[in-house]
Design a protein around this ligand. Structure first.
Ligand SMILES: Nc1ncnc2c1ncn2[C@@H]1O[C@H](COP(=O)(O)OP(=O)(O)OP(=O)(O)O)[C@@H](O)[C@H]1O
Ligand SMILES: [Mg+2]
Length: 398
């Protein structure tokens, strides 16, 4: 295969081509994985080699297919995209290869299939992993011989197409399980492009967020004040199981529901599902176990860090009132910092907040510890222990 430096398309050396891919296809991102992806696209686009694009859902596989076509010599010919998973098996063959008049009930006239429509151009077979076995064998024939027959027809049709296929399924597993033909897999997989997940190119998040916000606001005539730096960091750190598609949907949702107001970390939090490593998120299988565990731990730590920052913001924006302790009060100790708002600048600790909660619940229940424990979701024993630890006692004990 030709090296990137040797490829000159439209008189522009390959080194500059990623900018064109960004402009023509709208594929954004300057991260290293993205640059490598675009370089690979530029290397293979001018050839007729079949390409299999894999990657998690929403990573941009369809954009990659478009980029390959637009950067090939076939760019002025059609790119026909077929979603193999969305077409019912009963009509898939005639959709792909066309049919002759009277070949089945309803075939009132001859009709061209996608392959004929894609002649001289490219065919993009999306969700190829969903292709039923009966069609797999027919597809293999087109790939090998570049010829096919319409349903109900007897003449062979020649076709000149470039094959681009995509899937978010594990096709090798499909082959092992006997659901996907091995010969077809090898044919399609002459060249393999793995589109990186958004987690692997977090540096691209800000540029994507800015572009999606700008596009959405322009199309919908909305004025948007933007995201705070900490909100942007939160977006960068989120694991994005639905990748770029999920990011775009989220940005649009936040802009609408926040009515175009400035979005800080606290506002954003409502929309981001809190990351829980025990949840069934895609685990990067290509990494060693220790590294995956480390990543999970790091994410959990980040989560805790941001929760603390939010609590702080929340508390500072709602200063604690001066409590009237009613029949309950705390023992005064000159060394302990009071949480009752005497020092408005200080942020109460979690223990101080817990103490306040216990106090106010006891006041609410008229000192009934059983009821208070129930309301607080604590066992009575724990409540007693806390009351002792915080030196809380009823006024009439005085
Ligand atoms: N690098 C990118 N720059 C700008 N937009 C992107 C990028 N990658 C993906 N998108 C956008 O994200 C959305 C999902 O992309 P696309 O449909 O290509 O994903 P996919 O990998 O084919 O997903 P699926 O496996 O679910 O079919 C689209 O709106 C697309 O325009
Ligand atoms: Mg797709």
């Amino acid at each position: 295969m030709a090296k990137a430096e040797e490829i000159v398309l439209n008189g522009i050396p390959a080194g500059e081509n990623w900018r064109m891919v960004q402009r023509d296809v709208g594929m954004l991102g300057n991260s290293e994985p993205m640059r490598q992806l675009i370089e690979t696209i530029e290397q293979i686009a001018p050839t007729d080699i079949s390409v299999l694009i894999t990657g998690e859902s929403g990573t941009g596989k369809e954009l990659v297919a478009k980029a390959i076509h637009l950067r090939s010599r076939r760019r002025d010919e059609p790119l026909i995209a077929v979603n193999c998973g969305a077409i019912p098996e009963g009509i898939l063959e005639s959709e792909l290869f066309g049919h002759e008049k009277g070949s089945f009930t309803g075939a009132v006239g001859p009709r061209k299939g996608y392959f004929e429509l894609a002649d001289k151009g490219s065919i993009f077979l999306d969700e190829i992993g969903d292709l039923p076995p009966s069609i797999q064998v027919k597809l293999l024939r087109v790939l090998e011989e570049r010829e096919f027959m319409r349903v109900g027809g007897t003449t062979l049709h020649q076709v000149d197409v470039r094959f681009i296929a995509a899937t978010n399924k594990d096709l090798e597993k499909g082959v092992r399980d006997g659901q996907f033909r091995q010969d077809l897999y090898y044919r399609l997989n002459a060249m393999h492009i793995e589109v990186p997940s958004l987690r692997e190119r977090r540096d691209d998040v800000p540029v994507l967020v800015k572009k999606f916000s700008a596009d959405f606001c322009r199309e919908n005539h909305i004025e948007f004040a933007g995201f705070s730096q900490s909100a942007m960091n939160m977006l960068k750190n989120y694991p994005w199981p639905g990748n770029v598609r999920e990011l775009r949907n989220l940005v649009e949702k936040v802009i609408v529901l926040e009515r175009g107001n400035f979005v800080d970390e606290l506002a954003l939090r409502k929309y981001l599902k809190i990351y829980d490593p025990r949840e069934n998120l895609p685990v990067p299988l290509n990494k060693p176990k220790e590294e995956v565990e480390r990543e999970f731990l790091l994410r959990a730590l980040l989560e805790i860090k941001s929760e603390i920052a939010q609590l702080r913001e929340l508390i500072l924006s709602h200063p604690l009132p001066h409590y009237s302790l009613g029949p309950w009060r705390e023992d005064y100790s000159p060394n302990s910092q009071s949480a009752n708002g005497k020092n408005a600048e200080s942020v109460p600790s979690v223990a101080e907040m817990e103490k306040e909660m216990i106090k106010s619940t006891l006041i609410k229940t008229g000192g009934n510890k059983r009821k208070a424990a129930k309301l607080l979701g604590l066992s009575e024993r724990t409540l007693y222990r806390r009351i002792n630890a915080y030196h809380l006692r009823p006024d009439d004990d005085d």
